[in-house]
Design a protein. Sequence first.
Length: 154
Amino acid sequence: MKVLVVEDRFDNAVVALQFFKEKGIEAEVIGTANNAKKKLEKEAYLGAIIDVEIPQAIGETPQVLGPGVGELAKELGTPHVYLTGGYFHHGPQAKVFVDEFCLEQDEGNMVPDKTDLGAWEAAWDVLRSLGNLEEIYESRVRYQKFTGEMYRRA
């Protein structure tokens, strides 16, 4: 079981990997919307932490593409949260929230900057509050095993 981290900034990705390693949880970092969607289509994840502004492909300028990755995660039954550092403000804080509605409402919990382990701790706490991640993961894996297809919400 592993967590998908969709984050294009190297310094933030290093801190995310450090956080999950210290927790004894395998994490995979993907830096673009295209690659994140491909990975979600192929593999079941315990959950996902998604940046709001990410590039479509390597070398492109970051755009507000995280919600599209989140929509696919939702369709595939992957619990996910968003963790963004600069979409709402510019400063030494990040924001963690659960759904795209919060983008429009400027809602969410302010947390430390993503170069701080505390930001990833906060995102992990919110992700875990969504339900029993292990049971959700195991049910999706069973579905895939018996049907040969990834689970998709109807």
